[in-house]
Design a protein around this ligand. Structure first.
Ligand code: M6R
Length: 361
């Protein structure tokens, strides 16, 4: 049932090109994003997104998309904080709950809190017969297929891909995007599955680097813009699977504290697709190097040619449109955690102290 893979996680990572392509085919027909008519973004002035763990990081990524492309303000909260803070929910709010299982206790309780207050409750789930799907006004499946490994991988990229389609739909309905730009974004999104498929070839490089990372006690992940949540995801995956202490930071926050941690024992993973903020990320990276930090630069060949001098290690990704780069860059984050866990001999599919579905708070 692991289809020739050593672990479910490896199988689920490898499945991403297929499930993502299938989900795109499901949601995009004849160049049109097909979503239920009930979902009308002209009815909302704001979005509140609530989730836990990796699903929360998918929401944080989507905030950049919704705000930049659809020009709709988004708040994102972890469910355990949202539910007890009991925030006021203004009129014309769409509340989106993202969960692989659809059963996470805190997210479900947050959904129940928002019911009757938000104008619409939308859940983005993998398990369509889940409690969240049942209790929502509308449930959209991410179509990732069963995810067994405790570490969420394909569910994350499928969540991102559906959230990016919701963004484009919102931008169209709200008149914030012209036909040509929308078509270009869709084309770029359609390319992601094959880019992920090609990028699986970085596995052998990742394996080599992971053997060195396995010796570290602390690892930092840095990213800017929509790559900041990806830095958080890289750190979460590494902690979860290898039990190495890891933190993700927005690159620009480095000098406000975390740079004090840098010395020659701390690998710093810099997630840097060549986007509008590339040069700023590189200058933060150089600050790390000037203090002896060991930088693993993840970028495309041009980015590495431009900024890779003197770095500790590099991983070369294919060129990708910067908007949806987070979906592609999830792959090196997943592979780093996977191979570091292998190097440390930890239980990849069932890390200590963790459950696949957290149904108690
Ligand atoms: O089923 P859910 O998506 O609601 O689960 C949320 C988190 O528990 C989950 O993403 C967790 O953080 C993963 N183990 C991360 O890999």
């Amino acid at each position: 049932e692991k289809a020739g893979h050593k672990h479910f996680m490896a199988k689920e990572i490898a499945e991403q090109p297929i499930v993502l392509a299938e989900a795109m085919t499901h949601y995009v027909q004849n160049g049109e994003i097909t979503l239920p008519e009930a979902l009308d973004f002209t009815k909302f002035d704001r979005i509140t997104m609530v989730a836990c763990g990796t699903a929360y990081l998918a929401c944080l990524t989507a905030k950049y998309w919704f705000e930049q492309i659809a020009r709709i303000p988004v708040e994102v909260d972890v469910a355990s904080e949202f539910r007890y803070r009991e925030p006021p929910i203004p009129a014309r709010t769409l509340a989106i709950f993202v969960s692989q299982s659809g059963e996470t206790a805190d997210t479900l309780a947050a959904l129940h809190y928002a019911k009757g207050k938000a104008d619409m409750i939308l859940s983005v789930v993998n398990v369509t017969e889940s409690s969240m799907a049942r209790d929502s006004d509308l449930a959209l499946p991410i179509l990732a297929g069963v995810e067994v490994s405790v570490a969420s991988t394909k569910a994350f990229t499928c969540q991102l891909s559906l959230l990016s389609l919701l963004t484009l739909k919102a931008a169209q309905q709200r008149g914030k995007i012209d036909i040509g730009t929308a078509a270009k974004h869709l084309e770029n999104l359609k390319k992601i599955p094959s880019l992920i498929s090609h990028s699986l070839a970085i596995s052998s490089d990742v394996k080599k680097i992971a053997r060195k990372i396995a010796k570290a006690e602390d690892v930092l992940f840095l990213g800017r813009g929509a790559m900041f949540p990806l830095a958080l995801e890289g750190a979460l995956k590494l902690k979860e699977l290898s039990y190495i202490h890891a933190e993700g930071y927005a690159s620009g926050e480095l000098k406000h504290g975390p740079i004090a941690l840098i010395d020659n024992r701390v690998p710093v993973v810099v997630m840097a697709p060549r986007d509008a903020l590339f040069d700023k990320t590189v200058s933060n990276m150089q600050e790390v190097m000037a203090r002896g930090g060991k930088v693993l630069l993840i970028s495309d060949a041009k980015g590495i040619a431009q900024a890779g001098q003197g770095v500790w290690e590099t991983l070369t990704m294919p060129e990708v449109d910067p908007v949806f780069a987070p979906i592609l860059y999830a792959l090196p984050a997943q592979l780093l955690a996977y191979y570091t866990a292998i190097a440390k001999g930890t239980d990849v599919d069932q890390p200590r102290n963790l459950a696949k579905s957290v149904t108690v708070e």
